[in-house]
Write a protein that binds this ligand. Structure first.
Ligand code: PLP
Length: 365
């Protein structure tokens, strides 16, 4: 028997979350962002749930090939564009749309031999300072691209640094607006946070939204809003079974470093999930879990293959009980990945992306 640990990808939740993103920006088309192997869920495993999107956005050419191999004939956007000139050949062959964020990418396009001109998304650095042309250089980049026979339509794209927080997006929107006012082309501005928090604002209305994290049922601005506040459902559940029980007396400790010491007699369960499965080692005592769908907590240090949970108030729980590390339990109870991420001092994105190769994954509706 394999180790009793499993991740489940919920197709119906993906469909539901995609619809939630659409409703937040009803006039926009939707790029389903599936970079990083669909945020750790697996491109092939999310495809059915997300095929109602208008396009798929990602970074790796190999991931674009996988989306085409699934039979997707609609738009695919490379969010960072090409990394070297020969990537453009694959763009031509697979009809990939690609971001252009720097002069070098325009140089490569100018030398590219293609029968069909490419659809490109010209990126503005409106304040994030990662990729894109500064506002004052944007128009000349546009003019240069527009003169190339290799280029068909030019769309306009930027990315927000603070859509999830107090600083907000107003400054970046103003810079983008100002520099693109009389340029033609479709516009794409909003990630999940901007879509959920700001898409109703007139200045943010755009032709394409780019939700990622929301599709997977994690809140982009936790703890200000939870996934439930946004009406999102977890697209991934991580479950493992209790494989051993221990009875602790006062003063007994649990796990490496004896970081947890019992101050009363207690029963604990040992769960077949550890940091080698992608569960963060840094999660301290008290990180929430569901045992047979009932909330409890971890105890002591997470080890490579196991962690311990408190069964003090769960007399029914025992060998073989199912522990939900995040996601939805069989009784319908939900433990948001965002809560676990908060215990680890990080965000849901990192946990889902880090699900380990050794965890078997199944699909469920
Ligand atoms: C990853 C990414 C997104 C999606 O962001 P979420 O916060 O997951 O919604 C959107 N746009 C770009 C350019 C990205 O790189």
């Amino acid at each position: 028997m394999p180790r009793p640990i499993q991740a489940t990808i919920h197709t119906a939740a993906l469909r539901h979350n995609l619809e939630a993103a659409r409703q937040a920006a009803p006039d926009a088309q939707v790029w389903a962002v599936v970079k990083a192997n669909a945020y750790g869920h697996g491109i092939e495993r999310v495809f059915e749930g997300l095929r109602g999107a208008d396009g798929f956005a990602l970074l790796d050419l190999s991931e674009a090939e996988r989306v085409r191999a699934l039979g997707w004939r609609g738009p695919i956007l490379l969010l960072e564009g090409v990394f070297e000139a020969r990537d453009l050949e694959l763009c031509s062959r697979l009809h990939l749309w690609h971001t252009v964020h720097c002069d070098e990418q325009i140089d490569m396009l100018a030398l590219h031999k293609t029968h069909e001109p490419h659809r490109v998304f010209l990126k503005m650095n409106s304040g994030m300072n990662r990729l894109g042309f500064a506002p004052q250089r944007y128009r000349s980049a546009w003019t240069r691209l527009n003169a190339l026979p290799q280029v068909d339509e030019i769309s306009l794209i930027t990315h927000f640094s603070d859509a999830d927080g107090d600083k907000g997006i107003a400054e970046q929107v103003a810079r983008f607006e100002e520099a693109t006012r009389d340029l033609p082309g479709e516009r794409s501005l909003s990630n999940s946070a901007a879509t959920l928090r700001h898409a109703q604002e007139a200045s943010v209305k755009a032709d394409w939204i780019r939700p990622g994290i929301a599709l997977y049922g994690s809140s982009p601005d936790f703890p200000a809003h939870s996934a439930a506040d946004w009406g999102l459902q977890p697209a991934m559940s991580l479950h493992a079974n209790i494989i051993a029980l221990q009875q602790l007396q006062v003063g007994d400790s649990v796990g490496y470093g004896s970081s947890f010491v019992a101050d009363r007699p207690m029963r604990i369960g040992v769960v077949a999930c550890g940091y080698a499965d992608g569960y963060p080692r840094i999660c301290p005592t008290g990180t929430p879990v569901l045992v047979d769908g009932v909330r409890s907590r971890t105890l002591g240090r997470v080890s490579m293959d196991m962690l311990a949970v408190d069964l003090s108030d769960l007399p029914e729980a025992g060998m073989g009980s199912r522990v939900t590390l995040w996601g939805r339990a069989a009784n319908g109870a939900v433990l948001s990945i965002d809560e676990v991420a908060q215990s680890a001092g990080t965000v849901g994105y990192e946990l889902m992306c880090a699900l380990s190769q050794r965890v078997p994954v199944v699909n469920e509706d």
